[in-house]
Design a binder for this molecule. Structure first.
Ligand code: ZN
Length: 318
């Protein structure tokens, strides 16, 4: 479970009837705010003593995502004033089958002032049968009036050991190396770890490492085949080059003895990067960055890739 300490504290308070009606949950993107709020909602609505039990009718409905008294808004796109009015309307009704209705507003920091103001009254004095969770990446994006009304819960993410356990559970076939990289990169943030492990981002990483390997070993023909022949779309090549820059930066950090998070997928690339000169690496990173900037300004993709190839080879000669 995410954010174990906060979850335990919430559950302990709930058992003693100490739940508030208005919460502001903040933490970085991907840290598990919605999962945390859902766990709190299950805890508040659970009908057993050991909350959330996971097997009472309420828990089962909540776990299947079909609890009629748990309402999530703004998850996929920022809630609009109409969504907020709908919350206010529903909040005046009786709960469907529990003692409370729970409203979870995702991305609350992105709500327009008009929406935040509309929410304020409900947030200040919710009916007995209502609890509201506002989720936000940063508290400062909420209006001070809203901020002053809710109980604040800050989420720091997971301990490495917790993250490891969860990642293994969800990705049972993951290799030791990948697991270690994901944990190091994520700094407790489950969302980042999952993104790191996703197939798409692994493919990008392998392609970026291939470019670096070929550039450092000055294999111009193969570099052309890897960089130009696939006729990448703008966003594809940009993703690969962004990763390329990240790898080069990590390699440079390693050379300067600065701690870094990147763990190579390819041993060959790792060895080559550590044998390349700082100057060559720096030039390669610079060339890729220049190429990225050109692509952003709508430069022709094939022409940009061809220029980058020449720049990388000339950097490798340093
Ligand atoms: Zn239960």
């Amino acid at each position: 479970m995410y954010n174990t300490d906060e979850t335990r504290l919430f559950s302990a308070k709930a058992k003693n009837g100490l739940c508030s009606h208005a919460y502001i949950v903040d933490g970085a993107a991907g840290i598990g705010k919605l999962d945390f709020a859902l766990e709190c909602a299950r805890t508040m609505l659970c009908t057993e003593k050991d909350k959330p039990c996971g097997y009472c009718e309420s828990c089962r409905k909540a776990l299947s995502g079909n609890h009629p008294d748990i309402h999530i808004v703004g998850d996929e796109k920022t809630a609009q004033i109409a969504d907020i009015r709908e919350i206010i309307r529903k909040s005046s009704l009786k709960p469907n089958d529990s003692e409370k209705q729970i409203f979870i507003v995702c991305n609350a920091g992105k709500l327009r002032a008009e929406s935040q103001n509309a929410l304020l009254k409900l947030f200040e004095e919710p009916p007995e049968t209502v609890a509201i969770f506002l989720l936000t990446e940063s508290r400062s994006s909420l209006l001070p009036t809203v901020l002053s009304r809710g109980q604040r819960i800050h989420l720091d993410g997971m301990r490495d050991s917790e993250l490891e356990e969860l990642l293994l559970q969800k990705n049972p076939l993951i290799s030791r190396n990948e697991l270690r990289s994901a944990i190091e990169t994520a700094c407790g943030n489950y969302g980042i770890a999952e993104k790191y492990l996703s197939k798409a981002s692994q493919t990008v990483r392998v392609k970026a490492e291939t470019l670096l390997t070929l550039a450092i070993s000055k294999k111009s023909y193969e570099l052309g085949v890897a960089l130009i022949t696939p006729k990448y779309k703008r966003d594809q090549i940009s993703a690969i080059l962004n990763e390329f820059v990240a790898i080069v930066n990590s390699s440079l950090k390693a050379k300067y003895g600065i701690k870094n998070n990147y763990i190579f997928a390819s041993e060959e690339c790792k060895n080559l990067a550590s044998s390349a000169t700082k100057r060559a690496l720096a030039k390669m990173g610079e060339s890729a960055t220049v190429c990225l900037q050109a692509l952003e300004k709508n430069a022709n993709v094939t022409a940009s890739a061809s220029k980058l190839m020449i720049d990388l080879l000339s950097a490798a000669a340093r």
